[in-house]
Design a protein around this ligand. Structure first.
Ligand code: CA
Ligand code: ZN
Length: 304
C-alpha cells in the first residue's frame, strides 16, 4: 500500500504543485497529515494569533491519480482516520463567530485516548474523527487550503468521517488530490474556527467516474447523500447546496422538480458545515432510503 508522509505539505490547491505520489485508481493509500497549525502548537503556553489564510491548513499530497482526466469525478473513499495522541483547540480575539467578544487568547491541549477527547476534567467528548480539508486542484490559479469551493478544500463537513465517500471534480490531469486539517471531533458551525485539531493518518481509496453528471462536491455515507456549497454569504451557501440537491434529484435520479422539492422539504436536512472560513459552507442532506425507494441503488450508476 502506498504511503505519503506529512513532512512536505502544500498550502494551496493548484495545478502547479508537482505530484508527491502517483497511484492507480482503486489503490489504497495512507496519507499522514499535520494538524491545521502545521504541528506548531504543542503546549498551552503557545498561543495562536489571527491567521494568514494562506499559511494554515497544510495538506498532504498532491496525489496524481493515473487516468484521471478533466471532466471525470474523483471518488475518495475514506477508509480509516487514525488520530494522533493529542489534539489542540484555540480561542483567539478577532477570530471566528465569537472573536469580537473574546478578549484573551487561549490554547487548550486535548489528550486523545481510548476513543475520547479529554477536553477538561469534567468533560470527555467521544471522538468522531473527520477530515476538514479534502480536494483536487482547480483548472487555473491556486486556492489556499483555508478556503472551500467547488474543488472541495476547507469544507469542514462533519460527514467526512470513516466510511464516507467524497465526490470531487477532476479539473487537471491526475486530479492532484490532497487532504489535511483533521479533527478528532467538530461541531457544525466550527464556532471559534477550530475543531479538536489533530494530526493523524488517513487511509483512502481513490476511484474515478468517467462522467460528470453529479453536482459537486458531494458526500455519501451509509445513510445519506449531501450536496455541499460554499459562498461568502451564508444564505447563498444554503441556496447553492439546495439547488445542487435539486439537480441531483432531477437530472441524475430523474424526479420531477416539484416532487424533488417536496421530498427535500419532507425528509431532507439543510445544515451548516462552517461559518468561520473565508467562504461559509452549507450542505443539503437527503436520505438514501428514499433514493432506493425510487430505484436508485448507487450514485455512480445514477451519474452515468
Ligand atoms: Ca478547517
Ligand atoms: Zn481544522
Amino acid at each position: 500500500m502506498s504511503q505519503l508522509k506529512a513532512e512536505s505539505p502544500f498550502y494551496a490547491f493548484s495545478a502547479e504543485n508537482p505530484p508527491a505520489l502517483t497511484v492507480r485508481p482503486g489503490e489504497e493509500l495512507t496519507l499522514e497529515a499535520q494538524d491545521c497549525f502545521s504541528n506548531q502548537i504543542q503546549r498551552e503556553d503557545e498561543l495562536f494569533s489571527a491567521p494568514n489564510w494562506d499559511e494554515v491548513n497544510p495538506a498532504t499530497g498532491p496525489v496524481f491519480v493515473q487516468g484521471a482526466d478533466p471532466g471525470d469525478v474523483l471518488v475518495a473513499h475514506v477508509l480509516e482516520i487514525k488520530p494522533a495522541t493529542q489534539g489542540v483547540m484555540v480561542a483567539v480575539p478577532g477570530l471566528g463567530a465569537l472573536g469580537h467578544l473574546i478578549t484573551e487568547a487561549e490554547t487548550r491541549i486535548v489528550p486523545l485516548t481510548e476513543g475520547q477527547a479529554l477536553f477538561s476534567e469534567q468533560v470527555q467528548i467521544p471522538l468522531s474523527p473527520m477530515v476538514g480539508v479534502i480536494g483536487t486542484a482547480p483548472r487555473e490559479g491556486a486556492i489556499p487550503n483555508g478556503t472551500p469551493g467547488p474543488h472541495g478544500g476547507n469544507m469542514d463537513c462533519t460527514l467526512i468521517t470513516e466510511g464516507s465517500k467524497v465526490y470531487l471534480p477532476v479539473e487537471v490531469p491526475g486530479a492532484l488530490f490532497g487532504l489535511g486539517d483533521l479533527h478528532a471531533v467538530m461541531g457544525d458551525g466550527e464556532i471559534v474556527v477550530c475543531g479538536v485539531e489533530m494530526a493523524g493518518w488517513v487511509t483512502v481509496r481513490l476511484e474515478l467516474l468517467k462522467s460528470r453528471q453529479l453536482p459537486l462536491p458531494l458526500v455519501e455515507n451509509d445513510d445519506l447523500v449531501a450536496t455541499i456549497h460554499s459562498h461568502e454569504d451564508l444564505d447563498l451557501a444554503a441556496q447553492g447546496a439546495i439547488e445542487g440537491m435539486a439537480r441531483l434529484l432531477t437530472e441524475s435520479v430523474g424526479l420531477p422538480l416539484n416532487e424533488a422539492g417536496m421530498l427535500m422539504s419532507a425528509v431532507g436536512q439543510l445544515r451548516i458545515c462552517q461559518v468561520v472560513d473565508p467562504l461559509k459552507t452549507c450542505r443539503m442532506e437527503f436520505p438514501k432510503w428514499v433514493l432506493e425507494s425510487v430505484g436508485v441503488l448507487d450514485l455512480a450508476s445514477a451519474a452515468a
